[in-house]
Unconditional design. Structure first.
Lengths: 650, 154
């Protein structure tokens, strides 16, 4: 249906009038045409549905189906297009409706059942108020009355959407729409006008730092690789994002794959390579599919291949699927994995920029870093420098998740305070619960608590608080979350993912996990060997963390004890409570909790008793029940099923 | 089955070591797991000892050595899922199916895989059964979900 209603675009027209036109402003007639391609102006009603992974899991597929059925039944001609993610995960499935001549309106949580209600309203020029999220401001279109503008919503108002510019607005599977939004022009301009060195200089001048977490100047890295004499060089795009809680890069590929490709092309030109790899996590099936399609389209447009637009520059992009190892996020481990070996890190130096993949100079950049590149060439390095803080330039993509009202992916200038991120963009903690901490940077990261929540979000400031930025995951924890349990979870993850090369990391993290398992276990008896072991372990936790940090080879190992160090720094009282009182005040640690029934609230409905796996709940119908303490294992099933909140944890 | 393996191998005419992981991935996509005969054949093709290939395959989380169940359950283990109670879901599921992650039930009905993060944190905790998602789960829901697949099969 989309093909019939969306404006047809010819390849030659775009190449000759847009890509090869190097003047800053395009002629009026071209610009007018592109406005239709971008859907700034429309001839038919447009319905856009966010079908990133988050949208699809929320049921966007059914919504699209329902839309098509709705339009078919009523014989309405409309342009139904699947876009990427809008960034606002908790509002998915997110549907945008734009009628000819009118501003675009966003609707939240439009499941298949609710869809007819939205469309009935819109086609009768009435905006269904309870489902509307906001409208997009436009100077040339008629605005809706009494509908808020999305940039005024707290979630969007503090954002600086450069990387996310096209998210949810264009069809990720359409190169035409990307070009109409200004895409690939910077690349064509770059290869026709600049030398390799100049490109490196411009990126260095912009102050762009690697977004994978290390914070090394990208331009500098490129220069090193370019200056090494070699018959072949390689560029690897790191899309093996396997931090639990971080999925911004995946959303980037799903929503705007051409932006990443353009970044890779410019980077490849700067480094002087003809062969670039994208190492992407195998689980990202949708992202891989869209990336493959994007590469195919770029090849069709002559943006990939030999002698691109007469510049003499050749490039080919190869997708390599990561086989699922967290350590492969480390650049030398990733290189080993591409070579067909176990993903174990190599000692540095030699740095990959000097001797990397197949022994050749190799630059490894993260998805977000590369996605920043086209903008730098579009708007100039000074523009990029003007965003962000003194020590960190540009913006950063973040993933808000956990116990927070607004969940999703946001983009903010570097140096934004963590408090604003949580309380303004995130909308605070749901259910009037108390904020406990925010976990930043995945398993290698650390905690920020109420005490230092005003820290600016950039590389240096976070490092001074003992937190490593990582890939941009932010998991917010409230009073119902146990820090000890969270650290235990991370140690479990890291000890499973440790590649086993360095003994301190392989054995040390396992011993740490044991310490955490010991202090969250129900005591068998208070005397003897076990108790002694338990205390010994806890006392040695800090020095063990130091040893792992000092003696591991790669970044993963060196940062492995970060959650432990960070939690010991801010949550000593919680440790003491677990160790001395054998209590978990958050009621998370299973073996340390017991459930009780409040006799005043229990109605004797018998919902819980048959569900108890230990048959620990006894009683007679319509009379308060009772939990046998000795039998209770603290699994919490009864707590979940009780409709009267009669079960409490102690 | 050997025929299918050779079809996959033919896609990699160079047969160098850097094709090894893509070959194994293709085999797993085709059969759902890496069987012994297929690994032996790959070893012959790229001239590498089978032991080394197993050494590599067991290093990566992706590769399975048991056939998938009819219903393949993927459990999200992300941080957000963890703080919303994924641990309880895992233990409940393992208890119900009497297998641990990476394994397949004896009747070949279910197999369980733990994944790092599915990227649907706003719906956590969640599991994926074949193409269906079950979101915002509670421990008590697991029995119902497992039963619904068992019933649907009869």
């Amino acid at each position: 249906m989309a093909a019939k209603t969306h404006i047809p675009v010819e390849k030659e027209y775009l190449v000759n009038n847009v890509l090869l036109n190097e003047s800053a402003d395009l002629p009026d007639d071209v610009e007018k045409f592109l406005r239709y391609v971008r859907r700034d102006r429309v001839k038919y009603p447009v319905i856009l549905v966010g079908t990133g992974s988050c949208g699809l899991i929320s049921g966007a597929c059914d919504t699209v189906h329902e839309i098509n059925q709705y339009l078919e039944e009523r014989e309405i001609k409309a342009d139904v297009t699947e876009t990427g993610c809008f960034g606002f995960c908790s509002m998915e499935p997110l549907v945008q409706v734009q009628l000819p001549g009118k501003a675009r309106v966003l609707f939240r949580n439009v499941t298949a059942e609710k869809l007819p209600f939205v469309l009935d309203g819109m086609f009768n020029s009435m905006v269904p108020e309870d489902m509307v999220l906001g409208q997009i401001r436009s100077s040339s279109l008629e605005l809706w009355k009494d509908v808020p503008f999305i940039e005024e919503l707290p979630f969007f108002s503090m954002q600086y959407r450069n990387l996310l510019k096209n998210w949810g607005r264009i069809n990720p599977l359409s190169i035409e729409e990307y070009i109409a939004s200004g895409g690939y022009r910077p690349f064509v301009k770059t290869i026709r006008n600049y030398t390799h060195e100049e490109v490196c200089d411009i990126v260095e001048e912009s102050g762009l730092q690697g977004r994978g977490g290390g914070g090394f100047l990208t331009g500098k890295k490129w220069k090193v690789a370019h200056s090494v004499m070699a018959d072949q060089r390689y560029l690897i795009c790191n899309a093996d994002e396997s931090d639990p809680g971080g999925f911004a890069n995946r959303a980037m590929i799903e929503s705007d794959p051409h932006r990443l490709l353009e970044g890779i092309l410019i980077a490849a030109y700067a480094v002087g390579t003809s062969s670039a790899y994208i190492y992407i996590r195998n689980d990202y099936r949708i992202a891989i599919g869209r990336l493959e399609k994007a590469i195919e389209q770029a090849r069709e447009y002559g943006l990939l291949g030999h002698n691109i637009y007469g510049s003499g520059f050749n490039i080919d992009i190869i997708i390599r699927k990561g086989a699922g190892a967290f350590v492969c996020g480390e650049e030398t481990a990733m290189i080993n994995s591409i070579e067909g070996k176990r993903g174990m890190p190599r000692p540095k130096p030699p740095y990959p920029a000097v001797s990397g993949l197949f022994g050749k100079p190799t630059v490894v950049n993260n998805v977000e870093t590369l996605s920043n590149i086209p903008m730098i060439f579009e708007n100039g390095p000074d523009w990029f420098r003007s965003i962000g803080s003194e020590t960190a330039r540009g913006t950063k993509m973040l993933v808000l998740s956990g116990k927070v009202v607004n969940q999703g992916i946001i983009e903010v200038p570097m140096g934004t305070r963590v408090r604003e991120l949580i309380y303004d963009a995130g909308g605070g903690i749901p259910g009037k619960k108390k904020f406990k901490a925010v976990q930043i940077g995945g398993p290698s990261g650390g905690f920020i608590t109420d005490g230092n929540i005003d820290v600016p979000y950039d590389f240096e400031s976070l490092a001074s608080e003992g937190v490593y930025m990582g890939s941009g995951g932010m998991v917010i924890l409230d009073e119902d979350c146990c820090i000890i349990d969270t650290v235990k979870y991370f140690m479990d993850f890291i000890q499973k993912e440790s590649c086993g090369k360095c003994i301190p990391c392989r054995e040390g993290t396992r011993r740490m996990l044991e310490v955490y398992e010991n202090i969250t276990k129900r005591p068998v008896d208070e005397n003897g060997h076990t108790t002694l072991e338990r205390f010994k372990g806890v006392m040695q936790l800090e020095s063990l963390a130091g040893v792992i940090k000092d003696t591991s080879l790669c970044g993963l190992g060196q940062k492995a004890p970060n959650p432990v160090i960070s939690s010991l720094r801010y949550f000593r009282s919680e440790y003491e409570e677990h160790i001395f009182d054998r209590e978990c005040s958050a009621g998370v640690c299973k073996e340390l909790r017991l459930f009780y029934i409040d006799v005043d609230k229990c109605t004797g409905c018998t919902a819980c008793a048959p569900k108890c796996p230990e048959s620990a709940i006894i009683g007679t119908k319509r009379h308060p029940f009772f939990i046998v303490e000795e039998k209770c294992t603290g699994c919490g099933i009864c707590y979940d099923v009780c409709k009267f909140s009669a079960i409490y944890v102690k | 089955m050997d025929d299918q393996t050779s079809v996959i191998l033919a896609r990699y005419p160079r047969g160098h070591r850097d094709c090894l992981i893509p070959i194994l991935q293709d085999i797993q996509d085709e059969f759902g797991y890496l069987s012994e005969p297929s690994v032996i054949e790959v070893g012959r093709y790229i001239d590498m000892p089978t032991g080394k290939i197993y050494g590599l395959a067991t290093f990566y989380n992706q590769f399975r050595f048991e056939p998938r169940g009819r219903y393949h359950i993927r459990l999200c283990q992300g941080t957000s899922c963890h703080v919303t109670g994924a641990a309880g879901i895992v233990s409940e599921l393992e208890k119900r199916l009497k297998i641990s992650s990476g394994q397949t039930t004896r009747d070949g009905m279910f197999s369980v895989e733990l994944v790092a993060c599915m990227g649907a944190c706003h719906l956590s905790p969640l599991i994926q059964v074949n193409e269906n998602y079950h979101t915002r789960l509670k421990q008590g829901d697991i029995k119902e979900i497992v039963d619904s697949y068992l019933e649907g099969d009869e």
